[in-house]
Design a protein around this ligand. Structure first.
Ligand SMILES: C[S@@+](CC[C@H](N)C(=O)[O-])C[C@H]1O[C@@H](n2cnc3c(N)ncnc32)[C@H](O)[C@@H]1O
Length: 294
């Protein structure tokens, strides 16, 4: 008599994977296990609870094991799944782009709030667009606006292009180049937004392996003090804004005071700091008031 191979149930494999992830120092072991299994089974996460005792087929188990193997190596869950939700929309992501963070939704909120007066005719520029999450969200939230988005990385732009098509951001122009060099010299915008790389070069080694070893270095590192790209954005934005136009940028924890000073020196007024969901000072914004301070 042949003995049937043991079949693992949903609750057993979730426990196994979560324990394994926990033992490797992964931050949210149970959540990661559930999210990956739900995708492997093609069901919503809630179904895992309802079907906890259901045994997995050999194919289902094999698919899940493959995902677990990648997560064990600390590959971000978003790259394994191939997508991440941002502002309620699913963005495709892979190793060519930074995984969109919830903190960056604060940048979108500030940009939308500070451009209410021009909401129908808004012209926006998103520098360092990556997956396109900020630019595409602005384009979708303001369907009559025209949005430009730029990135120095061709790979990132390919991802952004795909997201723009799938998410129906029709009035969006994507351009490759170094910051403002990617837009025509005479172009003027109502708002310039950016989530640039802002981690100091020496601090990259201290990041979680999920970030340090998988996300593009170009998306993370902002020169010796982390402010190299931010500085160029703040100094260059005035030449691309209408009078009273808004600059809004995401900054790293602890960078807000020094970036606020950069804003003031570059001629921005009404400078505001907005905290993110974790109460960290995350977004600096200001209106271009004219000439820079000497
Ligand atoms: C922190 S990621 C932000 C991606 C996306 N905006 C987001 O919020 O998820 C920074 C992006 O800036 C791009 N980048 C880095 N240096 C740049 C430069 N000098 N000019 C234009 N883009 C640059 C990188 O390729 C990367 O896609």
């Amino acid at each position: 008599m042949t003995q049937e191979a043991r079949r693992w149930t949903i609750e057993e494999v979730v426990r196994w994977a979560a324990d394994d992830f926990r033992g490797r120092g992964i931050e949210s072991p149970r959540l990661d296990a559930e999210v990956l299994l739900a995708r492997a089974l093609g069901t919503p996460r809630i179904q895992l609870i309802l079907d906890a005792r259901r045994p997995l087929s050999a194919e289902e188990l094999a698919g899940f094991r493959e995902m677990v193997k990648r997560r064990r190596a600390r590959e971000p869950v978003a790259y394994i799944l191939g997508d991440r939700e941002f502002y309620g929309r699913p963005f495709r992501v892979d190793a060519r782009v930074l995984v969109p963070r919830p903190d960056t939704e604060t940048l979108v909120e500030v940009a939308l709030e500070r451009t209410r007066a021009v909401s129908l005719s808004m012209r926006a520029l998103d520098l360092c667009t990556g997956s396109g999450c900020v630019a595409i969200t602005l384009a979708r939230e303001r369907p009559t606006a025209s949005v430009w988005a730029t990135d120095v990385s061709e790979g990132a732009l390919a991802v952004a292009r795909d997201n723009a098509l799938r998410l129906g951001a029709h009035r969006l122009a994507l351009r490759q180049g170094d910051l403002f060099a990617a837009v025509p010299a005479g172009a003027r915008f109502d708002v310039v937004v950016s989530n640039p790389p802002y981690i100091a070069a020496g601090e990259v080694v201290d990041l979680m392996p999920d970030v340090r070893d998988f996300e593009p270095r170009l998306a993370l590192e902002g020169g010796a003090d982390g402010l190299a790209v931010l500085r160029r954005i703040v100094e260059g934005a005035g030449a691309h804004l209408v009078s009273g136009g808004v600059l809004a940028v995401e900054v790293g924890a602890g960078q807000a005071p020094v970036v606020a000073e950069l804003f003031a020196r570059a001629g921005f007024v009404d400078v505001e700091v907005r905290r993110d969901y974790a109460r960290i000072e995350r977004v600096l914004s200001g209106a271009f008031g004219g000439s820079p301070r000497s």
